[in-house]
Design a binder for this molecule. Structure first.
Ligand code: ADP
Ligand code: MG
Length: 750
């Protein structure tokens, strides 16, 4: 029997009476399984001795004699205080809500005592202690359970009650428990069998055994997580392939498929060579796309689902254009557009209008000369008027090959003749439903899906949340890029930043100034701040930049509330160099490419997420000229460093979270490292909407903390699937239930 099948009421445990059962039910522990999976929140090593004198070094564990009792307060707040001593010191036990100790802790009694002590009111005291008559439970490692509701009324008794019941339940039931992962895996990974792991997580005989028990239970959870992921991968690829055990860098030994005719012509026209990372990504995409999907005529069920990760400026757009050309061309050099294999369409979706236009302009410049028909479809296209209607007709008739746009690409009234590829840029901005709408636009089998992200998803998360996607990484930047020089600047020193930027402007370069608010009356800004917090706004500062700070250089303002047409015009003038100073909100965060810009100044940097700051920084230094990023922080929000820390540094241990976060940006240039740090500081739930995924409702496992175990579990789960697809059969009770709970592939989105 499996642990979760122990659905007998907790009242069936020997020694648990009606009253106890009711108490447990109230505390959310109705069944034996619920009791046994209420894992301890901590363990006390009672064999360890730590006398009262050493209270400052950690929890005390000692034998004491009761000296006297006293009461303080009055009425219902009347509280018992018990004085005790061991060989080293005296202390007071403050017995909040534990008046019954007046009968148990009588003067002269010898007791074992555990607890955290501190010094206050002229005495050593504790209210968080446990005590029991000497010769009771005795030494050993004792679990400390999370208490809730009725149980916490009587802290030490609640603990003692749970300990007694868990012990009894283990004796009564654990012997019959079945292992849930294959015995061979248990042996080869040095795990404990289920029953032993369960016993040891509650009552370990050594700290080593406890560690092994935790490992075992964590492994089990992650093993099944990976089984789910592996199964999804198999489904997506059809039954033949088995899950891909090496999701990163997939191509392996095989030689890459040849470029299609259009791809070859684009390559020949490029003024630069592709980076090795771009080449590898394009090869992987080509191999995927040759395997089917999109095309109604094609027999196979395989559709690409690939996540293309690459730091800001690594040239993902170009890789996407190559993919789009292959969709238009049909597979390989041998693929022929014709009746059997009509030329396909590609849709490239960007999160903002600004970015969609930029992509469309790039596509027009690079691809139209190849004879490819490009169009741009955004929400803002002349209302519902005729240009839009004409464009929709053209899409439906297959007269447009590559369409770029925002989510408007997937509005209900948009139909495609032969949509073979969907590229989603900066995919974390798109929600679950949007992803489903996209997949529904395929004519027969779903189109290939390429998602691109410059907010690097840490590998550990990628393996869980995106574990059923293949991943390509462009690890390199185009040659000649110098890392952006980053400075943290106190608000009171902003003047020096203006001086520096002034010199850059003199030298013919351009600068971004980014603010957390649009205007001073701003309710929500672009999501980073609120008016009234004393924050600078883009509107107010644009005026100041233009009239006071840099009166000699043309400045402009861009934010999300501008008309799309206006936004586009401003960006175009900034791109062309006509405008030299751009005041903006975080709308410029993602993707915007202005090669002449050398300075990025972010005000109230402490308000922005790490990944957002990294993105903003990636907007400059894109032309081979040195780029500079100034992160201006408010001293009010980021307290100054302690004297021993690096002067001017807002970070360091013991500093505010904001300070530590800014230091991460200062010290790292690699977006992946920054994302990992962000993850550590904020927890997985806050990253890119991961909280929606439902994957993180794990019990003991934490995919980030337990990354090593996750990788091992993944290896074993995929090997097990490969060897025995029956692992997925409905007859496998454990797996069947896990699968039922898990959201389907298309719902795990961001
Ligand atoms: P991101 O990966 O952040 O989306 P982009 O696609 O915007 O990056 O590319 C950044 C810039 O680098 C663009 O101006 C693009 O033209 C240029 N670029 C792309 N690939 C190369 C390359 N192989 N060599 C030189 N420049 C490149
Ligand atoms: Mg981009």
């Amino acid at each position: 029997m499996f642990l979760r099948e122990l659905t007998a009421p907790a009242g069936t445990i020997r020694g648990a009476g009606k009253k106890t059962a009711a108490l447990l039910a109230e505390a959310g522990i109705p069944t034996v399984a619920a009791l046994l999976t209420r894992y301890p929140r901590d363990w006390e090593d009672r064999g360890r001795s730590a006398p009262l004198r050493d209270w400052a070094k950690g929890p005390v564990s000692t034998t004491v004699t009761v000296l006297a009792q006293d009461w303080f307060g009055s009425g219902p707040a009347r509280t018992l205080k018990v004085y005790v001593e061991d060989e080293t010191a005296r202390a007071a036990l403050v017995c909040f809500n534990r008046p019954f100790f007046q009968y148990e802790l009588t003067p002269g009694k010898r007791c074992r005592l555990w607890g955290k002590f501190r010094y206050g009111y002229g005495e050593l005291r504790s209210s968080a202690f446990e005590i029991e008559a000497a010769g009771g439970e005795g030494p050993g490692i004792v679990p400390v359970y999370p208490l809730s509701a009725g149980l916490s009324q009587v802290p030490s008794r609640g603990q003692n009650l749970l300990r007694r019941l868990v012990r009894a339940a283990l004796d009564q039931y654990a012997g019959a428990l079945d292992d849930e992962i294959p015995p061979a895996v248990i042996a080869s990974r040095h795990l404990l069998p289920k029953a032993a792991a369960l016993r040891a997580i509650h009552f370990p005989s050594t700290m080593e055994e406890l560690a092994q028990a935790r490992q075992s239970l964590i492994f089990e959870e992650l093993f099944y997580l990976e089984v789910i992921i592996g199964r999804r991968a198999m489904e997506r690829r059809g039954t033949g392939g088995g899950p891909n055990p090496a999701p990163v860098g997939a191509l392996g030994e095989k030689s890459p498929p040849p470029l299609s005719p259009l791809q070859r012509r684009l390559l020949d026209r490029l003024p630069f060579a592709l980076t090795p990372g771009q080449v590898a990504a394009i090869n992987e995409i080509n191999a995927d796309m040759d395997r089917g999907g999109g095309d109604r005529e094609f027999e196979g069920t395989y559709a690409m689902a690939r996540l293309l990760q690459g730091d800001v400026g690594s040239g993902k757009t170009l890789a996407a254009f190559f993919a789009a050309l292959r969709a238009v061309d049909g597979p390989g050099e041998t693929g022929q557009a014709g009746q059997d294999n009509p030329s396909g369409q590609a849709a490239i979706m960007a999160p903002t209008e600004l970015l969609a236009r930029q992509h469309a302009e790039n596509a027009a410049r690079l691809l139209e000369p190849l004879g490819v028909r490009i169009a741009c479809l955004t929400g803002g296209l002349a209302g519902r008027g005729s240009p839009r209607a004409r464009l929709l007709e053209a899409l439906a008739a297959g007269e447009v090959d590559i369409v770029l746009g925002t989510h408007a690409l997937f509005s209900r009234d948009v139909t495609y003749r032969n949509l073979r590829l969907v590229v989603v840029d900066e995919q974390h901005r798109f929600g679950v439903t949007q992803r489903q709408a996209i997949l529904a636009k395929g004519p027969g089998s779903p189109p290939h899906l390429l998602m691109m992200s410059a907010t690097p998803i840490p590998r550990t998360l990628a393996l869980t949340v995106f574990g059923d996607l293949d991943i390509s990484v462009i690890p390199d930047l185009p040659p000649g890029r110098k890392p952006v020089k980053t400075h943290l600047v106190r608000e009171s020193n902003a003047g020096r930043v203006y001086d520096f930027v002034g010199k850059e402007l003199e030298a013919g370069r351009q600068a971004y100034f980014v603010y957390p608010l649009i205007g001073d009356d701003d309710g929500g800004g672009e999501g980073e701040g609120r008016a009234g917090d004393g924050l600078k706004s883009a509107q107010a500062m644009a005026e100041k930049l233009r009239t006071e700070i840099f009166p000699r250089f043309p400045a402009a303002l861009v934010h999300s509330r501008l008309e799309d047409e206006e936004k586009r015009r401003v960006m175009e003038r900034f791109r062309s160099g006509e405008i030299r100073v751009l005041a903006a909100t975080s709308v410029v965060e993602v993707g915007v490419d202005v090669p002449g810009a050398s300075c990025m100044v972010v005000h109230h940097a402490e308000r922005f997420g790490l990944s957002a700051l990294h993105q903003l920084r990636g907007r400059v230094g894109r032309s081979g000229e040195r780029g500079y990023c100034f992160l201006i922080y408010s001293e009010r929000e980021v307290p100054p460093a302690p004297p021993e820390a690096d002067p001017g540094s807002p970070g360091g241990e013991g500093r505010s979270r904001e300070g530590r976060r800014l230091m991460v940006i200062l010290e790292n240039t690699d977006g992946f490292v920054i994302a990992e740090e962000d993850l550590k500081l904020r927890g997985p739930g806050r990253i890119a909407g991961v909280e929606q995924s439902g994957y993180f409702k794990l019990g003991v496992a934490d995919p980030v903390r337990d990354a090593d175990i996750l990788l091992a579990a993944r290896e074993e789960a995929f090997a097990a699937l490969e060897a025995d697809p029956g692992l997925l059969s409905p007859e496998n009770r454990r797996v069947a239930e896990v699968l039922e709970r898990a959201p389907p592939f298309s719902e795990v989105g961001m």
